[in-house]
Design a protein around this ligand. Structure first.
Ligand SMILES: [Zn+2]
Length: 316
């Protein structure tokens, strides 16, 4: 299987409240292809002639050193993307620096009435995450140039153009020699599962991930048994919760359960919104230490306090 490392440059409206449907217009696609041995075998680089935003936003021009005159020489987005997808070939996995590029690529494709890359979540490698897992704590997210410096990669072309950033991302990827790191893939969620059959259950070496189908709203999602279950992913038993789902911030939800065989299990739910205002759930479950379990308990106590104080305020 080949690795297709993709990087995009995009432009945005210079007006505060733009009525346009597309927030980020792609103006450049750069990519390199590595074979299974992570040897570079092909490259792709194309400018795209803008159709929506006809002036470069100040961030864009400062960051990527592109002029509108250059972009005028670019080709229309649908033409370039069609060529790009043919260049990708059949047997490959997308790789990007950070989680955004594939989503933006598909937003632009759908804007031009092209089908998205897949009708459902699909796997890709977030090299920014893999860099952190391979060389740092797994949680930090570094700038590409930091990783390049960290690994002593020669900086032979300038940064912040689509092709060069894909090129350096490929170089970083090829420095990751631990094969088990490459199994820590991510899912692109541009098209969430539409029904139960399409839902994702993925098992990693130290956690499990579940991506639910879409629901009309958060309440309906939390009525679903699979969404709120706390199963041990090692022995597949449904565990009784010691702490039910609670949210310390209104965004993420946590729960704590206990497996007699495997110890404490932490559940985390993130609610994701779709473009048409439905919701779906990304749930991860992880076996944790009792010290980490204590932390969750403290968090829940804290969330309770906050709720109590709010209620008091409302009563006055
Ligand atoms: Zn278990």
């Amino acid at each position: 299987m080949n690795f297709v490392i993709l990087d995009l440059e995009w432009n945005q409206s210079s007006e505060e409240n733009s009525p346009k449907k597309l927030n980020f217009e792609i103006i450049e696609i750069g990519a390199i292809k590595l074979n299974a041995g992570k040897v570079m075998i092909s490259e792709f680089s194309q400018l795209i002639r803008p159709q929506i935003y006809m002036e470069l936003h100040k961030f864009t021009s400062r960051l990527i050193h592109l002029q509108m005159q250059e972009l005028e020489r670019g080709r229309p987005f649908p033409e370039v993307v069609k060529e790009f997808l043919e260049w990708c070939g059949e047997d490959f996995i997308f790789c990007t620096w950070g989680p955004l590029d594939l989503t933006e690529l598909q937003s632009n494709m759908v804007y031009y009435h092209m089908p998205p890359l897949a009708y459902g979540p699909f796997k890709f490698l977030d090299v920014q995450k893999l860099f952190s897992l391979a060389f740092e704590d797994g949680k930090s997210r570094r700038a590409l140039e930091y990783a390049v410096d960290f690994l002593g990669i020669e900086k032979d072309i300038p940064f912040h153009r689509a092709f060069s950033d894909a090129y350096y991302t490929g170089k970083v990827l090829s420095k990751i020699t631990d094969e088990s790191i490459l199994e820590k893939y991510s899912y692109d969620l541009f098209t969430p599962p539409q029904n139960r059959e399409e839902e994702i259950h993925a098992l990693f070496d130290n956690y499990a991930k579940y991506i639910s189908r879409v629901f009309p709203n958060k309440m309906d999602a939390f009525r679903d048994k699979e969404v709120i279950s706390s199963k041990c992913y090692l022995c597949h038993r449904n565990l009784k919760k010691e702490i039910k789902w609670f949210s310390p911030n209104g965004r993420n939800y946590y729960c704590l359960a206990h497996c007699d065989k495997h110890g404490f299990l932490k559940g985390k739910i993130r609610i994701k919104k779709t473009e048409d205002d439905q919701v779906f759930v990304v749930k991860t479950t992880k076996i944790i230490s009792s010290a980490e379990a204590d932390k969750i308990e403290a968090q829940q106590e804290h969330a309770k306090e906050i709720r109590k104080n709010k209620r008091k305020k409302n009563n006055y």
